[in-house]
Design a protein around this ligand. Structure first.
Ligand SMILES: Cc1cc2nc3c(=O)[nH]c(=O)nc-3n(C[C@H](O)[C@H](O)[C@H](O)COP(=O)(O)OP(=O)(O)OC[C@H]3O[C@@H](n4cnc5c(N)ncnc54)[C@H](O)[C@@H]3O)c2cc1C
Length: 400
């Protein structure tokens, strides 16, 4: 039985926007409610002279968000990363070439498509390439785990993401010119063109009426839906955004294999990200158990000394520190896969979307995959009062 029930989407990050787009394209009336004054959630970039991104930087051309945007002609101009000036940090020093244990490990594992869910990445990799090379491989996964010890995570989780980020060559990382606001702006326009009503500054304070899609961070969904089962481990890291005066020969990337850190100069190919004569650098490292944010920041500063030379402080014109706690997507421990995360369908016409929800994909790709599934479920529930939701949802999930 078709009716005119509006679908409520709570949250205006990329998950909420994607869900609103799919629902609106499906012909349903949609209202998206975003608590902040701006859309985008973590995918916002700063409007100031330094176009820092609060969350994502890389849009993976082999991922779900890229495909979602491409299908709708919504891709903004994208910058490809340079292939030069990529360095490694291993055994306490910066290197222009990969350290031999790491290089050998990558060659040995290059053709391995899958790793087991129930083993740790460290154990699985050590068995194949030896303990020393495995440690460097574990460190190399920090860039997408935002966690001090990627080796402790499920081998399947780490290896699937590693392959998407680095194993698919030439690299599929892309960077929206001018920052992620370009993506958010295009998604907003498309949603509005298809009739979605969008309200900002509209915090939802009680469980929404069905059919609804809650596309917030998991802790906000937990509070909103009064559901303590909405929990799943996430990363913990400290990040530094730095505006530095330009200097010839600065690296593009320093890939830290010792402590799972990462340093990247985003202005290398996109001069619009920093004022003339300056560079925009972001660096991050996982915070260890028992370590304060300040202590982790000190380790990150030491990595920056190695990456950029110890005069980077004197070149600093802008600095912002951020602690990222559960903000960079779900982490799956050994024995757990994305299927074990909080399910998209919550019952009674309520659906979840986000990067901690049961959906596959690297970083924000999980937000989009779950948003598609949630939208399919909400559309089916709306049309058939529950009986079609399961079929719509199952079809979408099996398509992923
Ligand atoms: C440091 C860092 C680096 C990252 N790097 C990458 C990367 O390179 N590539 C990549 O793909 N991903 C990356 N990610 C992950 C990416 O940022 C997230 O996966 C993605 O932005 C999540 O989008 P979302 O819509 O699910 O959630 P969010 O962006 O968190 O959106 C949720 C929205 O809900 C709103 N909200 C919350 N409560 C309410 C309420 N009660 N009422 C109304 N609205 C509410 C919030 O204000 C927010 O706008 C990174 C994340 C971090 C932190």
């Amino acid at each position: 039985m078709a009716d005119t029930d509006e679908i409520t989407v709570v949250g205006g990050g990329v998950a909420g926007l994607a869900a609103a787009i799919v629902c609106a394209e499906g012909g349903a009336p949609v209202r998206l409610l975003e608590a902040r004054g701006q859309l985008g959630g973590r995918a916002r970039s700063d409007d100031g002279p330094y176009k820092t991104n609060f969350g994502p930087h890389a849009l993976y051309a082999n991922g779900t968000l890229h495909a979602f945007l491409a299908e709708r002609g919504l891709l903004p101009p994208l910058v490809k990363p340079p292939l030069t000036r990529v360095y490694f940090h291993a055994e306490g020093r910066r290197r222009a070439t990969p350290p031999p244990p790491f290089a050998t490990a990558v060659v040995k594992l290059w053709r391995v498509k899958r790793a087991p869910v129930d083993r740790s990445f460290r154990d699985w990799a050590s068995e194949r390439v030896g303990a020393r090379a495995a440690e460097q491989l574990c460190g190399s996964a920090g860039v997408f785990c935002f966690f001090h010890d990627p080796g402790a995570l499920s081998a399947a989780f780490v290896w699937e993401r590693w392959r998407q980020a680095f194993g698919d060559q030439p690299t599929k990382a892309r960077f929206p010119r001018g920052g992620w606001n370009a993506i958010v702006g295009r998604m907003e326009r498309h949603a509005r063109e298809h009739g979605a009503q969008i309200e900002t500054g509209a915090r939802v304070t009680s469980a929404p009426r069905a059919p609804a899609i809650v596309a917030t961070e998991l802790k906000d969904a937990r509070a909103l839906l009064h559901d303590d089962a909405l929990d799943h481990p996430g990363g913990l890291a400290v990040g530094l955004d730095l505006g530095l005066t330009s200097r010839r020969g600065d690296p593009f990337v320093v890939w830290d294999l010792d402590q799972a850190g990462w340093v990247e100069r985003f202005s290398t190919r996109d001069r619009s990200l920093a004022p003339a004569g300056e560079e925009l650098v972001q660096a991050q490292i996982g915070i260890r158990p028992g370590e304060s944010t300040e202590q982790a920041e000190q380790r990150l500063e030491t990595l920056l000394d190695h990456a950029l030379g110890d005069d980077w402080r004197a070149r600093t014109r802008f600095r912002r520190r951020t602690r990222f706690e559960d903000r960079s997507g779900a982490l799956d421990l050994p024995g757990v896969s994305w299927r074990d995360r909080p399910a998209v369908e919550r019952g009674d016409g309520i659906f979840l979307a986000g990067d901690h929800v049961a959906a596959p994909g690297l970083l924000s790709d999980a937000s989009i995959a779950s948003a598609r599934a949630a939208a399919a479920g909400a559309l089916a529930w709306r049309g058939e009062r529950g009986s079609g939701a399961q079929a719509g949802l199952r079809a979408e999930i099996s398509r992923l």
